[in-house]
Design a protein around this ligand. Sequence first.
Ligand SMILES: [Zn+2]
Ligand SMILES: [Zn+2]
Length: 370
Amino acid sequence: MSVPGVNYDYHRTLDMERNDRCTCCVRTMKWFPVLFIVAVIGWSYYAFVVQLSFFTVSSVAQRIIFLLFYHIVLVMFLWSYYQTVFTEIGRVPSRFRVPRADLDRLVQATSEEEQKQILEAFAKELPVVTRTLNASVRFCEKCRLIKPDRAHHCSVCGVCVLKLDHHCPWVNNCINFTNYKYFILFLGYALLYCLYIAFTTVAYMELIWTGKIDGRFHILFLFFVSVMFAISLVSLFGYHCYLVLLNRTTLESFRTPIFRYGGPDKNGFSLGKASNFQEVFGDDRRLWFVPVHTSLGDGMLFPTQSHHLVSLANEAASPVASVATGNHQVCNATVVNASDAITSPIPQIQADFKEYVNGSKTTASIESHE
Ligand SMILES: [Zn+2]
Ligand SMILES: [Zn+2]
């Protein structure tokens, strides 16, 4: 029995304290890019509102219009940025965690084939249709779990993240299933903010350049900074719009997902541009450009092109999915029946999926459709 204080390891405690301090330093440093962006926005506010609108613009009507549009764009920009930074990442639920007994069997397994079989047996009840290069169920050794489709391990966050796009230092967060819509809106509103500033300040460039307005370095600098940011944002925003329409994450554009049935397919999750857009932005068009959660699904189950489900027809009708969304119930369900996968057009699968995750369609009604 240990007595408090007797087994106190002085050196180990010092090491732990040092490690804690290091972790704390690293964690603080990760916020620097976010602070930099906040500082730039703060300075641009001063330059636009005080230096340009109040000190330079002489017409009251013009000043009101300038400030009104500026504040609308700024609010949307800051709101989507806040949501991107502070939305919790999508974590993998515990039912994907491989139990201790199976982990022991994995360690003791004598061949890769045996390991594959152990993982495959455990994943039988899970909604996973993607595999690794060697056709094994995707397993994270660090988190000791089966990775849901499109989930990946983020080495910065140290956990597996649902529908991981990439880890972004500028928001100090993973861009993933939970904040992907916010991230795209953040890029879009940031671009709009920069373009608005550039177009409103450009009229004063000549006056400043020719010295007709004194001491307006802030406005001059504001113009160049907004143009510079706009140029870099245009390509990033355009690239992510392209990815949304193809239903592809940044990771998937570099590493093609491999399906259990059908093999590697970059477009495996694509269901047409309109459906792909709705999967991220939801089906209520009034909320498309508002940074509130409207994405469809739960981040674990994604409708795929039907040929990736075809071979389900050869399997016994077993539950392939357990869906949990928001306040809706958790239940086991054969979301897309094998026969449906063969005969149904993709939009019908997508429609079933949307109704299902919105709770308006029950398991029974999905199955009866088939
Ligand atoms: Zn992991
Ligand atoms: Zn991360």
